[in-house]
Design a protein around this ligand. Structure first.
Ligand code: SAM
Length: 284
């Protein structure tokens, strides 16, 4: 039987992949990188034993994390990506011709280098976009020390273990707020609530102290095991979360988008959360 990789995110429960071909395994300065070929999901990237992205289902996560805030905002010119070394978010952001400048702050240049080589469909050339600037740094240090302003901030982090932990703190979210233009929005990778409900509760408590309007939206990403995953949403402009479908539809068409998971109808619906999550964040 082919070698198998078991994910190490949870003690009590794990998913397992057959390794049909191991393409890369190395220890970077920050984390253990593994990229392998799997019959069902194509190429899979794990960092410190945790699935980050797969060729098979990455479209779900990258489309929802990018088009929901950008289409809701409606006139995003400057976008900041924190993390996202595989380039999937960047690929979706560059599809918006209205965006004028994209800055990405990734702590581990090895992830970018390896993703360019082994996951070329994730970035699909987006790293060469003339609007793009790559900063190799801790995302927290960047938002704390920078004086730049952004209309949309997308925090495409790992889970809050290791280098990713800094990207779930109150101080980080406060610094993101300082980096937002008036009426800007920040969205975060916020885990699988059935398995990581504490991550949702922690982010909710921290957002509620900083932003006038915050919530979560969801999508089902097959390789983020345990059901739907949540994306954190925070802005001082409450109207951004209530953009009519007709407006989203018009913006979607104007951008010339064609997406496999995101739809303008699904966009507002994704903010409707199950009762147990509303209870956990004090919204029911
Ligand atoms: N959870 C997302 C997913 O599964 O699709 C994350 C994918 S992306 C590969 C996560 C990125 O966050 C990695 O490239 C990792 O190097 C980066 N990262 C982790 N901690 C970071 C930090 N403090 N600052 C900037 N980038 C960070």
């Amino acid at each position: 039987m082919a070698e198998r990789v078991t994910e190490t995110l949870y003690d009590a429960y794990a998913q397992q992949f057959s390794v049909d071909e191991k393409l890369l395994e190395q220890k970077s300065q920050h984390q253990h990188l593994l990229i392998f070929e799997n019959a069902k999901f194509g190429r899979v990237l794990t960092l410190d034993g945790v699935v980050q992205t797969t060729e098979g289902d990455e479209f779900v996560y990258h489309e929802m994390m990018t088009h929901v805030p950008i289409l809701a905002h409606g006139e995003a010119r400057r976008v900041l990506i924190i993390g996202g070394g595989d380039g999937g978010i960047l690929r979706e952001v560059v599809r918006h011709a209205s965006v004028e400048a994209i800055t990405q702050v990734e702590i581990d240049e090895a992830v970018v280098a390896m993703s360019k080589t082994y996951l070329p469909n994730h970035s699909a050339g987006a790293f060469d976009d003339p609007r793009f600037t790559l900063v190799i740094n801790d995302g927290f240090a960047f938002v704390r020390d920078s004086s730049e302003q952004f209309d949309v901030i997308i925090v495409d982090s790992t889970d809050p273990i290791g280098p990713g932990e800094a990207l779930f703190t109150q101080d980080f979210y406060a610094a993101c707020k300082d980096r937002l233009t008036p009426g800007g929005v920040v969205v975060t990778q916020n885990g699988v609530p059935y398995m990581q409900l504490d991550e949702v509760c922690n982010t909710a408590a921290r957002f509620s102290r900083l932003f006038a309007d915050w919530h979560f939206y969801s999508a089902a990403v097959p390789t983020y095991v345990g059901g739907i995953m949540t994306f954190g949403w925070a802005s001082d402009n409450a109207a951004l979360r209530r953009v009519p479908v007709e407006t989203l539809e018009a913006r979607y068409r104007a951008a010339g988008l064609r997406t496999r998971y995101y739809t303008p109808e699904l966009h507002p619906a994704s903010f409707a959360l199950p009762g147990y999550i509303l209870d956990a964040i004090g919204k029911r």
